[in-house]
Design a protein around this ligand. Structure first.
Ligand code: 0PR
Length: 361
């Protein structure tokens, strides 16, 4: 046992730690989430007849997020392994319900939609927008084959929010499904923005990740659907489990993730998350103030994500790495991306900007 533990320690030492990670949408899970995860480590929600208590925690976590997203009475919620699974599942359902295969989505959409397209044989019609998607551009791409429009609430590169309310109205009028990817923004926007991204708009579904700004444990996301009947499209009889049906992409699913999400949601409450989101926004302004002072250009942030304009993003990333910093980047837009997650302190930001100045001079 000691020998293996030593090997584990050695491997762990090679990993980056969050005190140097600035480009990730993941963060250190909340202490209570870690405790809950450990406590439920062996449970499997793929066969919840065996784990009724864990299933209750999953249902309560889904209820918590459904309330935050103003879900209607007939909603259905799934706990997933994250944004990718949620996005794939939504498109899977909407393709089946509509019997159509075209998806309209913004250029900034996450690459998980490419995976969905490849798996589900969908045609992606990409809206060529700069930072976020506008209703008038969606209109131009609508066709009788459109199954669903995807809009992003907090996109991966800029943290911008598409025109969700207006696009939802358009989709509703045209009888088209609309999915919102709020994997990143779902735990921030309700607390720091007046924009409506949830079921108060005429959206069909929304995905929100608890393993990002929700501070739960990996893997944990949620998919909410306006109508629970839609789940029938993906329901299969499970012949070997004690549970008779499954309506999830995954079979065996970690109950520990549900317990961790439940624990942190009920420990922090909506007020606790509001504090976290506001602190992250305050730290984002701290970062942009320092960038202003240093004369470094950036794209005005809408959420806790700053896209810094640099000349050669790839080489800036490499030089920052040599100084121990991990940032995100997008070569096409020539930006490096800083996600001001809960673990990103003002002290980290101060040190980082000092190093960034040296690197780009
Ligand atoms: N939707 C949006 C808007 C996202 O930003 C992401 C992930 C997803 C969906 C997919 O979520 P899952 O990875 O949970 O399936 N966006 C980043 C990415 O993978 C997050 C990221 C980046 C996380 C770097 C960690 C990291 O080290 O591109």
């Amino acid at each position: 046992m000691e020998k293996v533990m030593e090997k584990l320690e050695k491997a762990k030492q090679k990993d980056a730690t969050f005190d140097r990670i600035l480009g990730s949408m993941c963060t250190n899970p909340h202490e209570i989430a870690k405790k809950a995860y450990e406590m439920f480590i062996e449970t499997n929600l793929g066969d919840y007849e065996l784990f009724k208590g864990t299933k209750e925690l999953e249902d309560k976590a889904i209820e918590w997020i459904a309330k935050l997203m103003h879900a209607p009475p007939d909603y259905a919620g799934l706990l997933t392994s994250g944004g990718t699974e949620s996005n794939i599942t939504a498109l899977w359902i909407f393709k089946k319900l509509s019997n159509k295969n075209e998806i309209i989505l913004p250029k900034q959409a996450h690459f998980s939609f490419e995976k969905a397209a490849s798996l589900l044989d969908l045609k992606l019609k990409v809206v060529d927008c700069q930072h976020f998607m506008k209703t008038r551009d969606v209109k131009k791409l609508l066709s009788p084959k459109t199954a669903c429009v995807v809009a992003i609430a907090g996109n991966t590169n800029f943290g911008y929010i598409d025109e969700i309310e207006e696009i939802a109205d358009l989709c509703y009028d045209e009888g088209i499904f609309m999915h919102v990817d709020a994997a990143f923004g779902g735990f921030v926007i309700p607390f720091v923005s007046k924009k409506i991204i949830d079921f108060r708009a005429k959206i069909s579904s929304i995905s929100i990740d608890a393993h990002k700004m929700g501070m739960a444990c990996i893997p944990c996301g949620f998919l909410l659907l306006r109508d629970k009947k839609w789940l029938d499209e993906i329901k299969v009889r499970s012949r070997c489990t004690h549970t008779r049906f499954q309506a999830t992409l995954l079979g065996t699913r970690p109950g520990a993730a549900a317990a961790a999400a439940y624990a942190v949601m009920h420990f922090l409450g909506y007020e606790g998350y509001e504090k976290v989101a506001k602190r992250c926004m305050g730290n984002t302004r701290w970062l942009t103030n320092l960038l202003d002072k240093a004369g470094i250009e950036y794209i005005e942030p809408e959420l806790n994500l700053v896209a810094i304009k640099v000349r050669d993003a790839f080489s800036v990333v490499e030089r920052l790495k040599k100084r121990g910093w991990y940032v995100g980047f997008d070569e096409e837009n020539s930006i490096i991306r800083i996600v001001v997650m809960p673990h990103v302190s003002r002290e980290m930001i101060n040190k980082f900007v000092e190093d960034l100045r040296k690197v780009i001079k």
